[in-house]
Design a protein around this ligand. Sequence first.
Ligand code: FAD
Ligand code: SF4
Length: 618
Amino acid sequence: MSEPGLNGLKRFSGYHLLIMKISPNLRLDKSLKSNKSRFRQMPYDSTKVNINSGGLAKNTFDAIVVGSGISGGWAAKELCEHGLKTLVLERGRDVVHLKDYPTATMNPWDFPHRGQMPDKFVKDNPLITEAAGFDESTQHFFIKDKDHPYVQEKPFEWIRGYQVGGKSLIWGRACPRWSKYEFINPAKFGYGIEWPISYDDIAPWYSHVETFAGICGNKDGLEAMPDGEYLPPFDFNCPEKDMRDKLLSKYKDRFMIQGRWAQLSEARDIHLKQGRGRCQARDLCMRGCPFGGYFSSNSSTLPWAAKTGNLTIRPFSVVHSIIYDEQKGKAVGVRIIDTNTKQSTDYFARIIFMNASAMNTNLVLLNSKSKRFPNGFGNDNGLLGKYVCFQNYRGSVGGDIEGYEDKYFYGRRTAECMMANYRNIHKNDMDFVGGYMAFMGCYRTRGTGDKMEIQIGADYKDAMSEAGHWGMYMYMQGETVPKESNHVALSENEKDQWGIPLLKMNVGYDDNDEKLLKDFLTQGSEMLDACGVKNINQHDNHWAPGRDIHEMGGCRMGKDPKTSLLNGWNQFHNCKNVFVTDGACMTSTANQSPSIFYMALTARATNYAVEELKKGNL
Ligand SMILES: Cc1cc2nc3c(=O)[nH]c(=O)nc-3n(C[C@H](O)[C@H](O)[C@H](O)COP(=O)(O)OP(=O)(O)OC[C@H]3O[C@@H](n4cnc5c(N)ncnc54)[C@H](O)[C@@H]3O)c2cc1C
Ligand code: SF4
């Protein structure tokens, strides 16, 4: 497989500049021998624009993108392709595709603890070790708890990946589209404000990002989960095909489909040009994929942006705040703190994209205080940090399937089946609002009976070579209601190691979430029963918000500046050259996985910003 096009990518760490293979179009700043010589400690005066003396020209770009994860990668790609000199500021370390995937090809027996983390580590990191997919093989892509504290006024399990690529390295890759109903129903059924855009506005941008990122799936023709530009789907296993048919014969609105995943089931020309190859179905994705088989910023958008020669990435740079110029009446740049040297530096640009992930974007905006915005950036209506929402992952059902003992499947599959939402689509006829989708599948275990309980030695090995039982499972992904009371704010007296106030989380479930959960558990059990599943069990994991890893809101889009912060182009109503296109912008959560939507919103907003720049409007 060819190495992806990192040529031209300029990255610099807190202490030294790392130049990847230098290409003719590399935009190399020759003064950057050492960051130490560049950064001066700047006193922060929120009423003045601090100019980094002598650094204005060299610290000035056309565009600044805060964060290099899923949405930031897309902002960088689109802006660079349009010829804008773009600075991506990333608080974490650099992660270079292929080079920095140390565990990608390791076998279970190569790990000192066979994949488990030692007890002491788990004790020291109770939050992050609970994250989905966290283990010895992926731990280097997650934060350590004590390095990044926050305040839980209510329990909130904030899962983070601070590095170039952000959580794009460790995400689950589910990519269903929203339907038109998710844009309409919150306002129609009275549990949210009106979205300023419709499905038709975003549909072409879904196509744009799906084609480039590479999403596999089937065209199923479902109203509640519209089709996109898909690569071939992974296949059902034998019981899954039967369960799909049994469900359809009983319910006319319950469709068990092959999931839509950011996985190259086929590598098309556009993917080969990115240096990516076909997914080998190893199902070890969260370690970083040596084939570029799944979409991440590191394998896809960032190298693509770098090839233009317009990209500069600065890792180890935590953005402290946005700098607002009172005279110009707009933002002129951002202040960063180098996470190694703790020195602060200002960077300047004509447009700023906030892509630090939902809660971190809230933090930076709340911390961006000026004479014009004394309560946080753009916060004229006092709603910044409010209407935080998430997705409800609490419920699952499962049981045993009989009658397939002579059936096997071979190899691994890195995709699950999905079921589109079937609740409250055309009318609100439940005792709760919103809907839920489900992930589901049938699996076969290895090993049978008592021998498996021995768990060691020859008997265990013998048991492992025997086929075990078949099971079926479903788990939910539910919409939650954006509420003013679910909010985040800055701590008045606690700061992190870089002097930035800690974020206080005040986010919880409500009665609607409990009813929605109950409905899923009841319906899920009924559906499994209809499939002939035995020994059905229901489970409420009681996870705190945050562990669902789909946090959203706090800086929502809307038509009315009195009730929202961003307009239909993700632009602040009251400061047009700052855009927020990560989860913070969400007006409501929908039930579908959100990241492909953030990608589409980002691509749409960046292209709009470029047009506005050309017209001289920004
Ligand atoms: C285990 C797991 C599974 C998931 N599965 C799915 C899935 O199947 N489907 C789906 O749609 N979503 C999934 N998600 C969620 C998905 O990862 C996020 O929605 C997505 O990454 C958000 O993109 P982002 O660009 O907003 O944030 P991120 O990808 O987190 O990127 C934000 C970046 O900003 C950086 N940053 C933060 N603060 C600052 C600052 N102050 N200054 C500079 N840089 C900063 C961070 O270090 C990070 O690199 C999953 C997440 C996890 C953890
Ligand atoms: S399953 Fe596919 S995408 Fe995941 S690590 Fe293997 S080859 Fe890469």
